[in-house]
Write a protein that binds this ligand. Structure first.
Ligand SMILES: Cc1ncc(COP(=O)(O)O)c(C=O)c1O
Length: 478
């Protein structure tokens, strides 16, 4: 033994023993770990030391503490790949012009002859599609004629009740009258922007950010101010404060949790700080909570609107990532501007399709959603875990990657000289699709980054495709 090596603290040794139990499959993801007391007794250590070991594993994302219930296995530990660096986008508002490259990527991402690492769209087999279809068939049989009308522009009353009830579980008190059903989250975002901005305005966003959001800004003639964003903690609050003090910003548009592509989970305290800063500057927040329900832990993160109920916040979300992207059912919840929002909905689409809303309401009332969520959370957690392990062993050593605790996308950052667009072209020629990093910004960065989607059942083709991307990336870097 190296006499100069510092002795490992006892809690580190204990933590490694828990990790060994997970690695050997004795403890599996989702299982309850031995209580701190039982673990202390087994190992012959004090309660404090046993708790220190568990806390360390909690920090490393291996265990999760659940109030009054104990510690649970959240994931297997990973080889310590570095996380991507916090972004440092240029501090100026940029016009957005992203649609053409996005369309070409989406054409490949939707083609099943390409390995599906491009599209952040769960495969139908992972969603509750069949059960929902049964509700739809029944609705058509029983209510078909009755629902073949222009529906209430607010949306189906029962569906709004269900959404309001679910929001309350997170501490977000929004009455059904405050909920407006939309055609997907995309329409909700469009309505939210239409009531808070006019063309030429600037909107503050995370960086990198979902390209569909950039497309919405582009279509509305808005400029983007990209904020420095850390893959673990989220946007830099001081930078936000400074940006809002330096110029007029009409709205701030952020993901509530597990943003696309970083998978960031911003802590409640930081969310409160962000809304405080926005309130001080009189800037509304539009939050996109579309991935919030896909949390790998048991505690579904709370949206900004639940944490700061009095702040000027418009929450946008949909069932596209969890149940049925094809039903196009999203919603918007706001605590002001109701008339203006309703007028915008009228102008955009008059009302949503009635029958799918009724079927969705019946599905939610049947209680099937929570069981379904438990299943897909575990599935996506496993997919991310497998994807990370495959990247670990196949990509060049300098590759950094995110460690998301929800959602189903992974963001890789390679050295600056790496060209993800060149990799993209090579990969397409081998029938593999992913999304190059340059699509996640309006200001021309992230050319060395890529997003991999883990939203399909893991299989040999997906694994081989990730390995092949790693090989190609290695060759290109060499
Ligand atoms: C962050 C984010 N918001 C919104 C959307 C679009 O949602 P919808 O299909 O409900 O319009 C997506 C789809 O990928 C997304 O990733």
């Amino acid at each position: 033994m190296d006499q100069h090596a510092p002795a490992q603290p006892l809690y580190e040794t204990l933590a490694s023993r828990v990790v060994a139990l997970i690695e050997s499959g004795v403890l599996r993801v989702g299982m309850r770990a031995p209580s701190v007391r039982a673990f202390a007794a087994q190992q012959g250590v004090s309660l404090t030391t046993a708790l220190q070991a568990y806390r360390l594993l909690e920090d490393r994302g291996v265990l999760e503490a659940r109030p009054k219930s104990g510690f649970y296995v959240l994931g297997r530990p990973h080889q310590q790949r570095a996380l991507p660096a916090a972004s440092r986008p240029p501090q100026r508002a940029t016009p957005v012009s992203i649609s053409n490259p996005v369309f070409s990527v989406l054409a490949y991402a939707g083609d099943p002859s390409y390995a599906p690492l491009g599209c952040a769209l769960p495969s139908a087999s992972l969603l509750a599609a069949e059960r929902l279809d049964r509700h739809l068939a029944r609705c058509a049989r029983v209510h078909g004629r009755h629902y073949n009308i222009y529906a209430d522009p607010h949306g189906d009353a029962e569906l709004r009740d269900q959404i309001s009830e679910r929001a309350l579980r997170l501490g977000h008190a929004v009455p059904p009258e405050g909920v407006l059903i939309t055609n997907g989250c995309t329409e909700a975002l469009n309505i939210a922007l239409s009531v808070t901005t006019t063309p030429g305005d600037t909107v503050a966003i995370e960086s990198p950010t979902y390209f569909g959001l950039l497309q919405v800004l582009e279509a509305r003639g808005l400029r983007a101010l990209e904020l420095p964003t850390d893959p673990v903690s989220g946007i830099d609050v001081a930078a936000l404060d400074k940006a809002l003090g330096a110029r007029r910003i009409a709205a701030c548009l952020l993901a509530s949790s597990f943003n696309n592509p970083l998978g960031t989970r911003t802590a409640d305290g930081r969310k409160a700080d962000i809304t405080k800063v926005l309130t001080r500057h009189g800037v509304p927040l539009i939050e996109d909570d579309i991935y919030g329900d896909i949390s790998f832990g048991n505690d579904r993160p709370r949206p900004f609107a639940a944490i700061s109920p009095k702040a000027d916040i418009i929450l946008c979300s949909s069932f596209s990532k969890t149940i049925a992207p094809g039903y196009r059912i999203g919603w918007l919840a706001a605590n002001r501007r109701h008339d203006h929002i309703l007028a915008a909905k009228f102008a955009l689409s008059l009302s949503g399709a009635a029958l799918p809303q009724k079927a969705m309401a019946d599905f939610l009332k049947s209680g099937g959603y929570d069981a379904h969520l438990r299943r897909i959370r575990k599935l996506f957690a496993d997919n991310i875990d497998r994807m990370r392990r495959t990247v670990d062993r196949s990509f060049p050593n300098e590759t950094r990657m995110t460690d998301p605790k929800g959602g189903f996308v992974l963001w890789l950052e390679l050295p600056d000289r790496f060209d993800a667009n060149a990799l993209y072209t090579r990969a397409l020629s081998e029938r593999i699709c992913f999304v190059p990093g340059g699509l996640f910004t309006a200001s021309g960065g992230y050319r060395n980054c890529l997003r991999l989607s883990c939203s399909h059942d893991w299989d040999a083709r997906i694994e081989r495709s990730v390995e092949r991307l790693g090989e190609l990336a290695g060759e290109m870097l060499a």
